[in-house]
Design a protein around this ligand. Structure first.
Ligand SMILES: C[S@@+](CC[C@H](N)C(=O)[O-])C[C@H]1O[C@@H](n2cnc3c(N)ncnc32)[C@H](O)[C@@H]1O
Length: 232
C-alpha cells in the first residue's frame, strides 16, 4: 500500500516537472511571423523618422491595425493617404484578413512617395492608391465597405461620413483622425472647433445606429461601429 502511494506521488511529481519544463507554447509558435511581417516591421523600424507629412503616429497606426484584424475587415477605404504611414498599417492588417485598401490623396508628390513606400514595405498588392480629389471620388466609390479611415481635409469630415455611412456594412467601422469628443461642443467653428472636426463629432453623436468611442492616445481617433437594426 505504502509503495503504491509512493509510486503515485513520484508519477505526479514527474508529470508536474515535465509540464513546468515545457510550459505554454511560446508566442512565436502560436503566431508565426511571416516573411511579409518581417519586411513590414523592418520597413517601419527603419522609416520612423520619415513621417513628416502630417502622418499618424505609430500608436494610431497600431490601433487601426488591431481594429481590422480583430473584426476581420476586408474592404477598406482611406481618405487622405499622404506619404502612406497609416496606409501601411491598414494594408498590413488587410494582408492578414485577405482584404484590400483604396486610399485617396490629391497631392501628387505625397501620392507618389506613398506608392514607393507601399512597394518598399511589400504591401502594394493590398493597396489601390488613387491620385484624386476626395470631394469628387468619395461619392462615386462603389461599396459596400467594412472599414473607413478619414484623415484628409477636416472641414469635409461630415460630408465624407454622410457619403460613406450608407456604403458601410452593418458591423463595419468608420474611424476618423484628429477627433476628440470635446470638439463637438464647439460645433466645428472657430478655435474650439479643433480644425473643423467639431461639426463632425456632433454629426457622429446625433446619428442613430452607431456605437462610437473616442481614443485620446496619439492624435485623437473616433471609432464608430455600425450596429444592426433593432440594437439601438
Ligand atoms: C493628415 S494627411 C494624411 C496622413 C496619412 N493618413 C498618414 O497617416 O500617413 C492629410 C492628407 O489629405 C490630403 N487631402 C486634403 N484634401 C484632400 C482632398 N480633397 N482629396 C484628397 N486628399 C486630400 C492631403 O493632401 C494630405 O496628404
Amino acid at each position: 500500500m505504502k509503495s503504491l502511494i509512493l509510486d503515485s506521488t513520484i508519477t505526479l511529481l514527474m508529470i508536474l516537472a515535465i509540464t513546468c519544463t515545457i510550459g505554454p507554447a511560446p508566442l512565436a509558435a502560436q503566431e508565426q511571423e511571416t516573411a511579409l511581417d518581417r519586411q513590414v516591421r523592418e520597413f517601419l523600424d527603419s522609416h520612423q523618422r520619415v513621417w513628416r507629412d502630417m502622418n499618424v503616429p505609430a500608436v494610431d497606426g497600431q490601433k487601426l491595425y488591431d481594429i481590422i484584424v480583430e473584426h476581420g475587415y476586408t474592404r477598406a477605404v482611406e481618405i487622405g493617404t499622404s506619404t502612406g504611414h497609416s496606409g501601411i498599417w491598414i494594408a498590413w492588417a488587410l494582408s492578414k484578413t485577405g482584404g484590400r485598401l483604396i486610399t485617396i490623396d490629391i497631392d501628387e508628390r505625397r501620392h507618389n512617395q506613398a506608392v514607393a513606400f507601399f512597394e518598399e514595405a511589400g504591401l502594394s498588392e493590398y493597396i489601390d492608391a488613387r491620385l484624386a480629389d476626395a470631394h469628387e471620388l468619395v461619392p462615386r466609390l462603389e461599396g459596400p465597405f467594412d472599414f473607413v479611415f478619414s484623415d484628409a481635409d477636416k472641414d469635409w469630415y461630415t460630408r465624407y461620413f454622410e457619403w460613406m455611412l450608407p456604403k458601410l456594412e452593418v458591423g463595419g467601422c468608420f474611424t476618423a483622425h484628429n477627433v476628440r469628443q470635446s470638439s463637438g461642443r464647439y460645433g466645428g467653428r472657430g478655435r474650439g472647433g479643433r480644425r473643423g472636426t467639431g461639426a463632425f463629432v456632433q454629426a457622429l453623436l446625433a446619428t442613430e445606429g452607431l456605437d462610437t468611442t473616442f481614443h485620446t492616445s496619439g492624435g485623437g481617433l473616433s471609432v464608430s461601429f455600425k450596429l444592426p437594426p433593432g440594437v439601438f
